[in-house]
Write a protein that binds this ligand. Structure first.
Ligand code: SAH
Length: 455
């Protein structure tokens, strides 16, 4: 069984060979503060440069086993092209009590280097027992994407407070303090760069106060495909105690919630009775004040036709801390997944997002501004009013042949893209069973969909 260790005292390294492997290894040894000697007749340009700068000692010579001197206090990395030569040197170095890593043979190595994610002071190392560098690199990459970019801030924050905690609390209480701290909302405040709030929370906890500090995360869940979530959205979804979600947030995203998170649906029910907005605002405040991490999950982006602003105003009035995480709005998601670039130098120089929601059966929009040849028009919530929208655009001067696209269930497995013209779309949808959510895109960019639709 291997023994993973992190060395705090840096040994002296001697690297035999100065090719690709050495060129990768030597800089990381130098970064860790090691002294490095390289022995090789020829060296990779990077190593030559390090030697010229005086960062490494390069003994430029032919390696000959009969005259090599080994030092039991040094660690040896054998990275020569010649495996039998590496084997002989390994034997000789060990005979002097030195430790050896053979780049070409994990089995004949006393130590090897793990893959490292260095977000100092946080260090994550990955290894696959020396068997597969490719697997190790793959795992490192996967882990890297899951570590918040601000994890180093968290490390520094904890390091700063460690001393203070040590002075304030007896040994017996420190462990449980930190466990409680890690489970509290304080780390998330650090990650959200709300450092002052994190400081005062930590101080209160250190004073032994029962901290009932909840918060609200207003998170955009994107248009449906869970792969379109941001890293931050995923992290906050996974840390929620309770979630209030809308109709447009589908099961693949809800599946990412912790199993024990309370879930409340606050969108329109089948009976079409939505939880009134004021009640939702109130629920967010009440639950966060009970010390919970409240996730408010919305389809698309919370600030685009999402009433996110209204919910935040209530939170701000009640002095509830919150974060907002942008999501991919339906326009961006549907356009990308339907192969319709929203702007294009040959077609549209601007794009406009409007809501086609009907009020008292009619759709009240500034039509003369919308009927514009070089502009793409994206209409949210416009299915019911579509015949009216098409007619108004034609009446206000748009060509009846203007392409119009309807993206049904955009970015989801059952996405459908319907393309027609302003004149014919009303009849087209009349003949088909089209299900919401749908997004309407008007403008000549829609004609590109036929060629660019990649789904
Ligand atoms: N905040 C959301 C929009 C909410 S309004 C966002 O930024 O996307 C709801 C409207 O968004 C729907 O009526 C529909 O027009 C559009 N929409 C949301 N998700 C969609 C999807 N997956 N496919 C098509 N349209 C979608």
């Amino acid at each position: 069984m291997d023994l993973p260790l992190i060395l705090r005292r840096t040994p002296r390294f001697v690297v035999y060979g100065a090719g690709q492997v050495a060129a990768r290894r030597v800089p990381s040894l130098l970064n860790s503060g090691c002294q490095v000697t390289v022995v090789a007749q020829q060296a990779h340009a990077d190593i030559q440069q390090l030697a010229e700068r005086g960062d490494v000692e390069w003994q430029q010579r032919q390696v000959s086993p009969s005259s090599e001197q080994f030092d039991g206090d040094c660690w040896y990395v054998l990275a020569l092209d010649d495996a039998s030569l590496n084997a002989i040197l390994a034997k000789q170095a060990r005979a002097c009590g030195a430790w050896v890593c053979r780049a070409d043979s994990p089995d004949d190595s006393d130590f090897y280097f793990p893959a490292v994610i260095d977000r100092s002071p946080v260090l994550v190392t990955v290894s696959s027992h020396g068997t597969s560098p490719a697997l190790t690199r793959y795992l490192r990459q996967r882990l890297d994407t899951f570590l918040p970019a601000e994890i180093a801030d968290l490390g520094n924050f904890v390091a700063r407070w460690r001393q203070r905690v040590r002075q304030t609390l007896p040994l017996s209480q420190r462990k449980s303090f930190w466990r409680q701290w890690m489970r509290s909302v304080a780390p998330e405040r650090v990650l959200a760069r709300q450092h002052d709030a994190a400081e005062s929370l930590t101080l209160e906890m250190l004073d032994g106060k029962q901290v009932q500090a909840g918060e609200v995360y207003l998170v955009g869940a994107g248009p449906g495909d869970p792969d379109l979530l941001t890293f931050r959205a995923l992290r906050l979804i996974q840390s929620a105690d309770i979630v209030f979600y809308d109709r447009l947030v589908g099961n693949p995203i809800l599946d990412l919630l912790p199993r024990d998170a309370e879930r409340y649906y606050v969108g329109k029910a089948r009976s079409d009775h939505a939880v009134p907005q004021e009640r939702i605002n109130q629920l967010l405040v009440e639950h966060s004040q009970q010390g919970k991490r409240v996730l408010r999950l919305k389809g698309g982006d919370p600030f685009i036709f999402g009433r996110g602003g209204e919910e935040l105003e209530t939170l701000a009035d009640a002095q509830v801390p919150f974060q907002v995480v942008p999501g991919i709005t339906a326009a961006a998601g549907c356009a990308a997944y339907a192969g319709i670039p929203l702007t294009h130098r040959d077609h549209a120089q601007s794009v406009r997002f409007v809501t086609g929601h009907l009020k008292n059966g009619s759709c009240d929009l500034p039509w003369h501004e919308l009927a514009h040849p070089d502009q793409t028009l994206v209409i949210y919530m416009g299915l019911a009013g579509l015949p009216q929208i098409c007619q108004q655009l034609i009446d206000h001067g748009m060509s009846p042949y203007t392409p119009i696209g309807l993206v049904e269930n955009g970015t989801r497995p059952d996405q459908q893209v319907h393309v027609s013209t302003l004149a014919q779309m009303p009849a087209y949808i009349h003949r088909r069973e089209i299900q919401p959510p749908t997004l309407t895109i008007v403008g000549s960019v829609v004609s590109l969909s036929e060629r660019l639709n990649w789904r």
